[in-house]
Design a protein around this ligand. Structure first.
Ligand code: AMP
Ligand code: FE
Ligand code: FE
Ligand code: ZN
Length: 287
């Protein structure tokens, strides 16, 4: 299900899109309804709600998105060597296998948050799971919620500092949670009727990226998020070219979270040309 209230007859104009948006269903600051209002305020035509390991924010809208097309999506954490994020677009948010995975990951994320809190406590940093949970409406606990607790208790000025001091992947308090393979992530998305897209390839280590690109098509991927605020212009061009070489479409998104990434506003990723437009048309008509 996708709702489309302003029609796709505008497809020849440059639509304003943001295909990577987080809400309170993961680590974003705004509820799905507030996110839709922000998107409308920013003059966007299409957004995709892509929460980390959760897709039910879309259902909360009950089709209420006046003047805006909302694509039901997800951002699955997976692994290919290191951590790889896989976006899924036009998924059935009630798909059983996907909801099973979401429930499982929910538990893993909670256990992992408790382990990080315990490590911090052993180093004399006094935050509790209650502090962490108070920051998280959805229960899909991520490091940003722990960052919020650290800020609240005065251990960091802001989320960025909390990440640098305590939550970085390379720091002593980091604990990973078990991830599914990239292939399995694509399979879950396809099984839910959706289109898998490699999220922000520029955030992957270069060896992983080089190894993964040639495998994407075989794994059933539909596209690559070539346009992301953390990509330089050269990177966007490179990933778009690679996507075309491997027969994949491209997408663009801001990865909007609200205060967790204060420099990224909804709709802020405005780059992309003809091939992005072509990809968007394919996405919206389901090809
Ligand atoms: P997790 O999925 O729990 O490992 O947390 C990853 C999330 O943390 C990302 O989706 C970002 O929202 C956020 N994040 C990662 N690095 C940083 C950072 N340096 N500063 C602020 N937020 C970050
Ligand atoms: Fe996030
Ligand atoms: Fe991501
Ligand atoms: Zn994201």
């Amino acid at each position: 299900m996708m709702f489309c209230l302003n029609g796709m007859e505008n497809a020849n104009e440059r639509m304003k899109i943001d295909l990577h948006v987080h809400t309170t269903y993961s680590d974003g600051d705004y509820t799905p309804a507030e996110t839709v209002a922000l998107a409308r305020g920013a003059g966007l035509d299409v957004i995709a709600i892509t929460d980390h390991d959760e897709c039910r924010g879309f259902l909360e809208l009950h089709g209420e998105a006046r003047g805006l097309t909302v694509i039901p999506g997800i951002e699955l954490a997976s692994r290919f060597g290191g951590e790889v994020h896989v976006l899924g677009f036009r998924i059935d948010c009630e798909n059983k296998a996907l909801l099973g995975h979401i429930a499982h990951t929910y538990g893993l994320r909670r256990e992992r948050a408790a382990k990080i809190v315990k490590k911090l406590n052993s180093a004399g940093i006094r935050i509790s799971m209650k502090d962490v949970e108070e920051n998280c409406q959805s229960g899909v606990l991520g490091r940003p919620h722990i960052a919020g607790a650290l800020v609240k208790r005065g251990y960091a000025q802001n989320a960025k500092e909390a990440f640098i001091k305590y939550l970085s992947k390379h720091g002593e308090y980091y604990v990973p949670f078990e991830k599914i393979s990239v292939e399995k992530a694509a399979e879950l998305i396809i099984g839910a009727g959706g289109k898998p897209v490699l999220a922000h390839p520029g955030l992957l280590p270069s060896e992983a990226r080089e190894a993964l690109f040639p495998e994407l098509k075989r794994m059933g991927f539909w596209g690559v998020e070539a346009y992301h605020p953390y990509h330089s212009g050269d990177q966007c061009a490179e990933y778009e070219k690679k996507a075309m070489t491997f027969g994949l479409y491209v997408t663009a998104g801001s990865d909007f979270h609200g205060s967790a990434k204060p420099l990224t506003e909804i709709g802020a990723e405005k780059r992309g040309g003809e091939y992005l437009r072509e990809s968007l048309e394919a996405l919206l008509d389901g090809s």
